[in-house]
Every structure is written in structure tokens, then in C-alpha cells.
Write a protein that binds this ligand. Structure first.
Ligand SMILES: *[C@@H]1O[C@H](CO)[C@@H](O)[C@H](O)[C@H]1NC(C)=O
Ligand SMILES: *[C@@H]1O[C@H](CO)[C@@H](O)[C@H](O)[C@H]1NC(C)=O
Ligand SMILES: *[C@@H]1O[C@H](CO)[C@@H](O)[C@H](O)[C@H]1NC(C)=O
Ligand SMILES: *[C@@H]1O[C@H](CO)[C@@H](O)[C@H](O)[C@H]1NC(C)=O
Ligand SMILES: *[C@@H]1O[C@H](CO)[C@@H](O)[C@H](O)[C@H]1NC(C)=O
Length: 248
């Protein structure tokens, strides 16, 4: 009897997954879709680069049009129209990049720290100074942050994911001024040399469709409404129960 109760409990848990009763798991994706929504801030030059054709995570050692070397950089990604409620379930959150450089450009270990902005009014990247942008990273951002050493990327054009960023995302959603935009920032890079960076596609590159994405695993009431979800989970339960009976 004891075992049977345990088994039923286990199946109940399995049937409910990681979503509240009556909701189903969905993955939602938002993508950078404007030139100024992915940008780099050079620490050495004190400059914001809105239109670079790739994002160098870490450092950019290629001279710009004025022959200055950007050096260490902080990367900013602005995702808009993020239609998540402030109490949405966040099972996971990843930024997905497309690799734009492999080999000698970017094959040394580096470390970055990802955070998200906590600013009540929407930042306007075209009017943002480097100082103001770095101030958002340093002083107006989530206390939850994720430090990681990006993998070496071996395949040009491959999609690669950051580690899970659900902790900073939950902090952003929970703020009273949650405004349906998420500004993800990658800073605190320990890069000192170009070959330590990772290179990703931008909206201004050759493939705007390969610009960065935010992918969030969340829960929603199924399109067919609550009743169909309930019917479905009842169906799963009934099936689990019958399977159990068959085993006994
Ligand atoms: C959501 O994405 C995760 C991770 O990539 C995957 O394991 C899962 O099957 C996806 N779920 C749906 C409902 O597509
Ligand atoms: C940066 O951090 C990574 C991971 O901890 C380490 O392997 C690498 O040597 C560091 N790079 C520099 C330039 O300090
Ligand atoms: C953003 O800043 C630019 C440059 O200062 C300005 O022209 C534009 O109107 C601003 N956009 C918004 C939405 O405030
Ligand atoms: C962060 O705030 C501190 C304290 O006000 C200030 O000294 C520092 O310059 C700020 N950081 C940036 C990048 O503006
Ligand atoms: C990340 O969070 C830890 C713990 O709250 C904090 O000590 C650290 O300063 C944060 N790092 C950054 C770069 O914000």
C-alpha cells in the first residue's frame, strides 16, 4: 500500500511537470530586431558601438575606422515586447548567439558576468554614453548575476547558449516597474587580448536573422483553454494509474 501511494505520488508529480496545474510548458523566443538593440561599449575608448557587424564578447582588438582599438568591452542586448507577466514561471532563460568567428580570433579562455538592467525608464541606446551604459551594468542591474567561461566555439554559424539566466530574469520580472523589455549585459570580462574573445552575429552583420535571441522556458494556459489542459492531465493521470494496476 505504502509503495502504491508513493508510486501514485510520483506519477502525479510527473504529470504536472514544472508548470502550475492547468498550464503547459512553452518556450518563448525574442530576437534582436533593430540596429541599436545590440551594442558594444569599449572601456578604453569610452565609446558605444551600435552598428558593428559582430559582437566581440571579451575584447575587440581590431582597430576601428579611426584606427583606435576598442579593447575590453561590455556587451548589451535589448529584447523588446517580452510578453511575460511579472509572476510568470521561469523554468530557464538563455541567450542564444550564432557563432561569427572561430580559431585564432577567439580561442583562449575568458570569463564574463551576465546581468540584466533594473532601470525604471527604457534606456535609449542611440542617446546613451559609454559612461551611462557602464553605470547601468555596474550600479543599476540585478544583484543576481551569472559568471561563466564561454566554451570554445568550433563551428561557424552554430547556435550557442549561455548558461541559465533565470535568476536575473526573475528579478527583472518582479520589479514594480516591469516594462516588457529585458536588457541583458555581459561585462566584467577578464580579457586582455583579442584571441580571448568570442565572436557572435549582430543585427547589423551579414545575417540579421542570426542576431541574438532570448529563449525562456515558461508556462501558459494552452490555446485550447483550461479545460483541455485539465482533460489532458487527467488523461495522463488515468493512464499512469492504469499502467500501475497493470504492473500489480
Ligand atoms: C523547450 O526547450 C528545452 C530546452 O531546449 C527543450 O528541452 C524542451 O523540449 C522544449 N520544450 C518545448 C515545449 O518545446
Ligand atoms: C580569465 O578567466 C578564465 C576562467 O577562469 C581563465 O581560464 C583565464 O586564464 C583568465 N584570463 C585572464 C587573461 O586572466
Ligand atoms: C532616442 O535618442 C535619439 C537621439 O538623441 C532621439 O532622436 C530619439 O528620439 C530618442 N528616442 C526615444 C524613443 O526617446
Ligand atoms: C557606480 O557607482 C559608484 C558610486 O556612486 C560610482 O563611483 C561609479 O563611477 C559608478 N560606476 C560607473 C561605471 O559609473
Ligand atoms: C554578482 O553577485 C555577487 C553576489 O551577490 C556579488 O558579490 C558580485 O559583486 C556580483 N558581480 C557583479 C559583476 O555584479
Amino acid at each position: 500500500m505504502h509503495f502504491r501511494a508513493l508510486a501514485i505520488l510520483c506519477c502525479l508529480a510527473a504529470a504536472r511537470g514544472s508548470c502550475p496545474a492547468g498550464q503547459e510548458e512553452v518556450n518563448k523566443t525574442w530576437q534582436i530586431s533593430a540596429s541599436e538593440d545590440d551594442f558594444e561599449v569599449s572601456h578604453d575608448l569610452g565609446a558605444v558601438s551600435l552598428t558593428d557587424t559582430d559582437l566581440e564578447l571579451g575584447a575587440d582588438m581590431s582597430p576601428d575606422s579611426s584606427n583606435n582599438v576598442p579593447g575590453k568591452q561590455t556587451i548589451f542586448l535589448m529584447f523588446r515586447n517580452v510578453d511575460l507577466a511579472s509572476d510568470a514561471t521561469v523554468n530557464f532563460a538563455h541567450v542564444v548567439f550564432t557563432v561569427d568567428g572561430t580559431g585564432g580570433c577567439c580561442d583562449e579562455p575568458l570569463e564574463v558576468t551576465a546581468k540584466m538592467a533594473l532601470v525604471s525608464s527604457t534606456p535609449n541606446a542611440t542617446a546613451l554614453t559609454a559612461q551611462a551604459a557602464l553605470n547601468i551594468y555596474e550600479n543599476m542591474s540585478t544583484s543576481a548575476n551569472v559568471t561563466y567561461a564561454p566554451d570554445l566555439h568550433l563551428v561557424l554559424g552554430a547556435e550557442v547558449s549561455t548558461p541559465d539566466l533565470s535568476a536575473p530574469l526573475r528579478e527583472v520580472l518582479a520589479q514594480s516597474s516591469w516594462g516588457n523589455w529585458v536588457l541583458v549585459m555581459f561585462g566584467n570580462s577578464n580579457s586582455t587580448r583579442g584571441p580571448e574573445s568570442r565572436e557572435y552575429e549582430t543585427f547589423d552583420g551579414t545575417q540579421p536573422a542570426a542576431a541574438a535571441k532570448l529563449v525562456v522556458g515558461t508556462c501558459q494556459v494552452p490555446q485550447g483553454g483550461v479545460s483541455s489542459a485539465r482533460t489532458r492531465s487527467l488523461g495522463v493521470l488515468l493512464f499512469s494509474f492504469l499502467s500501475l494496476l497493470a504492473l500489480m
